[in-house]
Design a protein around this ligand. Sequence first.
Ligand code: ZN
Length: 150
Amino acid sequence: MSAPDGKSSFAEKIVKCVTTCLFVVVFGFVVVIAIPDFMRARLSKSANACINNLRQIDGAKQEWALENRKGSNDIPSSAEIAIYLVNNRLPVCPLGGTYIIGRVDEDPKCSISTSAWPNDHVLNPTNNWWTDFKGAYSTLFGRRPLGSSR
Ligand SMILES: [Zn+2]
């Protein structure tokens, strides 16, 4: 770790390295914090309404499991959880998707959910950070980063 060319000393290299690392960490932090918020803001009204419905269905499912002593693998029918919902019926997806109630330990799904960014009609986003990054990038700058398939 010497500087034979005399251009930069070891100490200078350390400073450069630390500065770069700090920049990368701060930038990464901003990206990780800001992108999910940005993603939510990009969701349409109907997608948000659908997510709200999914949340209610999930809540009803948990109540059903609790009151009937069901395990995580049990699947309630729509009639069984309807009594825990407003107006005693399942909410309807504003875009006409069908709800799949699923097991107690999994999220209810909307049939028109998409894995495409920004992960519409999904209770808990399943996209990885790279998909989120690509989506945010192309939305902000109107073009795609190199190597993206979308
Ligand atoms: Zn939906």
